[in-house]
Design a protein around this ligand. Structure first.
Ligand code: CMP
Length: 142
């Protein structure tokens, strides 16, 4: 059924000047962008977003990277959006990402992997609410 997921174009993707190219990939894959904003995350914002990874060996490096420049955050809507967007992104580690996926095309490393996507419907609800107020999501589904 129709659902929403939270997507982030990470600082390396924004720095490559491929926001529009990636948005076209979203639209060509059948997603509707129903909310969008550019943000330069503070360390506190990034830590709150990635709270589940607090204490892991890559956490501080992840925060360094995610606060290194602006990101573009969007809400994508479509049928089975959480899983279909994960398929479009490809594996977290770009070394394992299939050809034609966003990470195969735009990632630089496991940390600088170009895009984020929610890993479940429950994560999507939390992550969308983390960045967007209700009035900032122009969706027909609730
Ligand atoms: P993301 O989907 O945004 O969720 C957590 C991020 O941590 C992940 O993408 C990677 O950018 C980053 N990361 C860095 N090292 C690791 C690792 N060893 N395992 C998982 N994620 C990692």
């Amino acid at each position: 059924s129709a659902e929403r997921t939270l997507s982030i174009l990470k600082p390396n993707a924004v720095a490559k000047n491929v926001i529009g190219s990636i948005y076209a990939r979203f639209e060509n894959a059948g997603f509707t962008i129903v909310g969008a904003k550019m943000l330069h995350l503070t360390r506190e914002q990034a830590a709150g977003f990635y709270a589940e990874h607090d204490g892991k060996p890559f956490f501080n490096g992840l925060l360094d990277f995610m606060t290194s420049g602006p990101v573009v955050v969007q809400v994508l809507e479509g049928e089975n959006a959480v899983q279909r967007y994960r398929d479009l992104m490809g594996a977290t580690n770009p070394a394992n990402a299939l050809a034609g996926t966003l990470r195969a095309d735009y990632a630089d490393s496991l940390t600088e992997n170009a895009v984020h996507g929610s890993d479940s419907a429950a994560s999507a609800a939390r992550e969308i609410a983390y960045f967007f107020s209700e009035g900032e999501v122009h969706s027909r589904i609730r």
